[in-house]
Design a protein around this ligand. Structure first.
Ligand code: G3H
Ligand code: 13P
Ligand code: NA
Ligand code: ZN
Length: 313
């Protein structure tokens, strides 16, 4: 069934496991996610960025949001696993309102680039609107600083979540889930040296808030996927994700939602490259999307097992 993200995450919080939130832009990734969830008997959270909503609606965000709700509901209503649909990194009031109106089950209001007080103010405003119609809300504290952002170690530290602020933020905003910045970043190039997250901050945020917590930038960039893509012409030199043992550890310290986009994109392109190289005469998308979809599904199944949400449907 189609459920509220809060149902999925409150259960994960009590059960000490995490559920991946998987980004989609089209039908094929959605099919892969639902199939993986069904095969693992696991809840799944589907999420769409603002860019995805614009892309699906060809610029018309109300149409894009409605299209995703219809598509996800059509699958969710016909399966026994819990499925929810979430707006990822919502920054535009217009897009968030379109998503709520369309029937999304939760939203993220991302005002994390603003000063603390303004982040509180913006988040609180969206919480009031969303809660009045039963939509749950995620917000972010701190900033996700990538290695490409070229910041000094000191300012890198300053970009991470302040646990005392997290407590105040949660009390004043009434937000349902919190994404604390603890050292990850988006995309395929997360760490230059050793992968390291600030688990002390994470533990404190959990202690002080008790909320379901969200890890953004959680892709692993699996070595076998990277190798397959590079064998067929991709250039992913320097790509590095969050190793799976660090993901497991972050779940142990309180993460319940694991945002994953890059790994799905990389798996899809790796398999598509391989297929096209081996089938130069093929031009039917139903055929050349088949093995990429299969690989995306398998990557998700592995992740569901790793995070402990298999058989939690
Ligand atoms: O937060 C980033 C997600 O991976 C979505 O990225 O804006 O390219 O759709 P996007
Ligand atoms: P990745 O780029 O690591 O997949 O992170 C996705 C994300 O955080 C979406 O909000
Ligand atoms: Na999100
Ligand atoms: Zn993110």
């Amino acid at each position: 069934p189609y459920v509220n993200t809060k149902d999925i995450l409150d259960k994960a919080n009590k059960g000490y496991y995490a559920v991946p939130a998987l980004n989609i832009n089209n039908l094929e990734f959605l099919q892969a996610i639902i199939e993986a969830g069904v095969e693992e008997n696991s809840p799944v959270i589907i999420e769409t960025s603002e860019g995805a909503i614009k892309y699906a609606g060809d610029g018309d965000v109300q149409r894009g949001a409605s299209l995703f709700v219809s598509m996800v509901r059509a699958f969710a209503d016909n399966t026994d696993i819990p499925v929810s649909l979430h707006v990822d990194h919502g920054k535009s009031f217009k897009i968030l309102m379109a998503a709520i109106k369309a029937g999304y089950s939760s939203i993220m209001i991302d005002a994390s680039e603003y000063p603390f007080e303004k982040n509180i103010e913006e988040t609180k405003k969206m919480v009031e609107i969303a809660h009045s119609v039963g939509v749950s809300v995620e917000a972010e504290l701190g900033r996700l600083v990538g290695i490409e952002d070229n910041v000094m170690v000191q300012s890198h530290e300053a970009a991470l979540v302040d646990p005392n602020e997290a407590k105040q933020f949660v009390e004043e905003t009434g937000v349902d889930f919190l994404a604390p910045a603890i050292g990850t970043s988006h995309g395929a190039f997360k760490f230059k040296g050793e992968a390291k997250l600030d688990f002390n901050r994470l533990k404190k945020v959990k202690e002080l808030t008790g909320l379901p917590l969200v890890l953004h930038g959680a892709s692993s960039v699996p070595e076998e996927v990277k190798k397959l893509a590079e064998k067929y012409g991709a250039d992913f030199r320097g790509a590095k994700g969050v190793p799976s043992d660090i993901l497991t550890e972050s779940v142990k310290y309180g993460i319940n939602k694991v945002n994953t986009d890059t790994d799905l994109r990389m798996a899809f392109i790796a398999s598509l490259r391989e297929y096209l190289a081996n089938n130069p005469g093929e031009f039917d998308p139903r055929k050349y999307f088949k093995t990429p979809k299969e690989l995306v599904k398998n990557i998700i199944r592995e992740r569901l097992r790793l995070l402990g949400c298999s058989n939690k449907a």
